[in-house]
Ligand binder design. Structure first.
Ligand SMILES: [Zn+2]
Length: 351
């Protein structure tokens, strides 16, 4: 039986133990149920369906996708009798990027994704909010972009339980997103009067912890902005970005199954790109002969002092590995979370 928690009457959440603590939800009425997001692997998504059909003894009539990323939408195919609902942009992005991404995943891991095909949402909305009544519960779907442009949340109004999608995670992740939008979405959540937040990944956030957790993410985003701004004033911004650890930005490195440092580095580069519209360059990319004398003046000690908690990365020895990871990341950037790449990472991390 898959890991699940009863969040409120007829409201359940499910967490993957194999892929990045990704979450899904179920809201059940007397005659049918709604699933919010599917999980990364078919067997886990099928376990949710089995739970609904065997334990709750109702069929799944609707599946809501909070956004188009693989770990939230690729399981639509396992609910053949259900209507899939999402934002209009989610449908568009899934149509454009889902199939190429699935083809790539199949090339790397053919057996797991054999039964998967991309099922596009049947019902979509452009903006504003949409209600769906399930038994005695009212689900309100509302835009929460930032992790990706198409993001929505699902609020169970009677219980003040929010399924936030990936805009809320223990460590914000911005590579396919927009820092302005994420800040706006998080500030909106602060005003919603919530009892529980089921984040896209990670543990359920309970009432007493919600404001603190959101503020903490907002602080982290502010720190990313500051570091990217500082880097922008330097000749070799990447040198600074690579030196600023996740801990020095106020987040633990053990979050998201140990992927935090890696995701954090990608965040810094994403925010730099967002602010300056280009990739940060590092001194290693520039040929020695091209360095002129004023290079020295950028080698001041200010940043070492300010970011003293940040360990300076040892570049020798694993520079090649880093490059390889970078390449995988570039290829998967369109779909946000690098699905197959991170699947491999995860399996190691969790064992
Ligand atoms: Zn996700």
């Amino acid at each position: 039986m898959i890991n699940h928690e009863r969040v409120a009457d007829n409201v359940f959440s499910f967490q993957s133990d194999v892929y990045a603590q990704v979450n899904a939800g179920v809201i059940a009425g007397p005659n049918w149920a709604v699933v919010i997001d599917t999980l990364a692997y078919p067997e886990e998504t099928l376990a949710i369906r089995e739970f609904v059909e065997q334990e709750l003894k109702v069929p799944v009539r609707y599946v809501i996708n909070t956004h188009y990323h693989a770990d939230h939408s690729w399981g639509n195919v396992f609910f053949p009798g259900a209507f899939v609902i999402s934002s209009a942009l989610c449908r568009q992005l899934l149509a454009e990027r889902g199939r190429p991404s699935l083809d790539e995943a199949r090339r790397q891991n053919s057996s797991i994704f054999r039964q998967v095909r991309i099922v596009l949402p049947h019902l979509t909305f452009e903006k504003g909010e949409v209600g769906l009544i399930v038994g005695k519960k009212t689900l309100k779907m509302l835009p929460l972009p930032g992790h990706s442009a198409d993001g929505i949340g699902v609020l169970v109004e009677e219980d003040r339980v929010l399924f936030s999608g990936d805009v809320m995670m223990p460590l914000p992740y911005l590579v396919d997103g927009n820092i302005d939008q994420m800040e706006t979405s998080l500030r909106h959540m602060l005003k919603m009067g919530l009892e529980n937040v089921i984040q896209g990944h990670g543990d359920i956030v309970l009432r007493g912890e919600i404001d603190g957790a959101i503020e903490d993410n907002l602080k982290y985003l502010a720190k990313l902005r500051k570091v990217a701004q500082d880097a922008g004033a330097r000749r070799f911004p990447l040198d600074l970005l690579e030196r600023v650890s996740v801990q020095s930005c106020g987040k633990s490195r053990v979050l998201i199954g140990g992927l935090a440092e890696d995701l954090h580095q990608r965040n810094l580069i994403a925010v730099y790109r967002f602010l300056f519209g280009k990739n940060p360059i590092g001194s290693e990319e520039v040929h020695e002969d091209d360095l002129d004398e004023d290079y020295e003046e950028y080698e001041d000690e200010d940043y070492e002092d300010e970011y003293e908690e940040a360990p300076i990365r040892v570049r020798d020895g694993y520079a090649e590995d880093e490059e390889e990871e970078g390449e995988e990341f570039e290829r998967d950037e369109d779909t946000g979370v690098g699905f197959t790449t991170e699947t491999d990472l995860e399996e190691e991390d969790f064992e």
